[in-house]
Design a protein around this ligand. Structure first.
Ligand SMILES: [Zn+2]
Length: 358
């Protein structure tokens, strides 16, 4: 089979804790996205090995989520590489404003890095001897960019388009618009003559129309009921935490989740009472869920709590704000639900009262 990528490009497919990295090995060397902080030594080793003694000259980020820029600091310390980040993040990065950057909100880590240039829609760059266009890709992240090479039909999509879906639509969790932007970004991708997509996670793919069709149907599903986006966000953040830590004591999970601001926001859009009922049902049906619940709460306790919390999302946040409901028990319900969901999706397992990555 003929290689899919031009000779001056290499893809490091990294999995989920670290986003994929794209290395350009032409006259000038460059890397797009740098993985998660705890994988930085591996990122450095991959780059060093592939460059065979040449320095890394440039680093670019599709967006500043911790799994895309967590290796920036290590790469800068090693190579002093010229770094370009999305324009709208400049002031936050310059001041290293962790509250405004996404790291604190998601409970994730990122070492401080600097930048030399900004990426803005409409710019053109040369990478690997090819011309690339910078395109805005709001939705998953309001400031994300795409890199598109018209000549080769290659799109570096970040988390705007995967083979099966796209990243969590974070702005919606804060009550900001995200579904509309996600749709516009998919429309934009559909208008490009992209023949090969390098996603932020997962393998590269050529069935762009198929991926777009799946992304649109996922977007329809999520936007029809925003609580689905919130539920997805909670599951993704717990899975990320698990990937980072590998094992989490079940007893610690509610507290860990309560400490993540995005989880708190998402919970305001979720129907905790119905999750508790769903959980109680699962308890009667599934042995794993029963095992789980026995760690935390009895079915009666769950139902009592469900009654206390009430049905509407607004009621939930209100209740939390006024501490009418013990926050801990609400997070216990949420954590029990998240664990059961991850187990059902075969994305986690339980061993000796610990949640383990698969
Ligand atoms: Zn992302």
């Amino acid at each position: 089979m003929a290689p899919l990528l031009p000779a001056s490009m290499r893809l490091f497919e990294r999995g989920w804790l670290s986003a994929n990295n794209v290395l350009f090995t032409g006259e000038e060397t460059a890397l797009v996205d740098s993985g998660y902080l705890t994988h930085a030594p591996q990122t450095l080793a991959l780059v060093r090995h592939a460059l065979g003694g040449r320095p890394l000259q440039r680093l670019l980020n599709t967006h500043l989520h911790s799994d895309h820029c967590g290796g920036n600091a290590a790469l800068q310390a090693t190579y002093g590489c010229h770094t370009a980040i999305p324009q709208a993040e400049a002031a936050k990065v310059a001041a290293w404003d962790e509250a405004a950057l996404s790291f604190r909100a998601t409970g994730q880590q990122c070492a401080r890095f600097g930048f030399d240039a900004l990426l803005a829609p409409g710019q053109r760059l040369e990478l690997g001897g090819m011309l690339w266009e910078v395109l805005g890709a709001p939705g998953h992240d309001p400031h994300a960019v795409l890199l598109f090479c018209p000549q080769e039909g290659i799109l570096i999509a970040g988390d705007a388009l995967w083979e099966n879906g796209f990243g969590v639509i974070f702005p919606e969790l804060e009550g900001e618009s995200g579904f509309i932007e996600t749709r516009a970004t998919l429309d934009l991708i559909g208008s490009l003559d992209a023949r090969l997509v390098i996603p932020g996670h997962g393998r590269l793919f050529t069935d762009v129309a198929g991926a777009l069709q799946r992304a649109y149907s996922r977007l329809d599903y999520l936007s029809a009921k925003p609580q689905r986006n919130a539920e997805n966000a909670v599951k993704v953040l717990v899975k990320f935490l698990l990937l980072e830590r590998q094992r989490i004591a079940l007893a610690d999970l509610p507290g860990l989740m309560a400490a993540i601001p995005v989880v708190r926001n998402a919970m305001g859009q979720m129907d905790i009472a119905s999750l508790a009922q769903e959980q109680a049902l699962a308890e009667r049906v599934g042995s794993e869920a029963a095992h789980l619940t026995s760690q935390g709460m009895s079915e009666t306790a769950l139902q009592t709590q469900a009654r206390k919390v009430g049905g509407s999302p607004a009621h939930v946040s209100n209740a939390l704000v006024h501490a009418a409901v013990p926050i801990h028990s609400t997070y216990t319900t949420l954590s029990t639900w998240a664990v059961a969901s991850l187990i059902r999706a075969q994305a986690a397992r339980i061993e000796d009262n610990f949640l383990l990555d698969q």
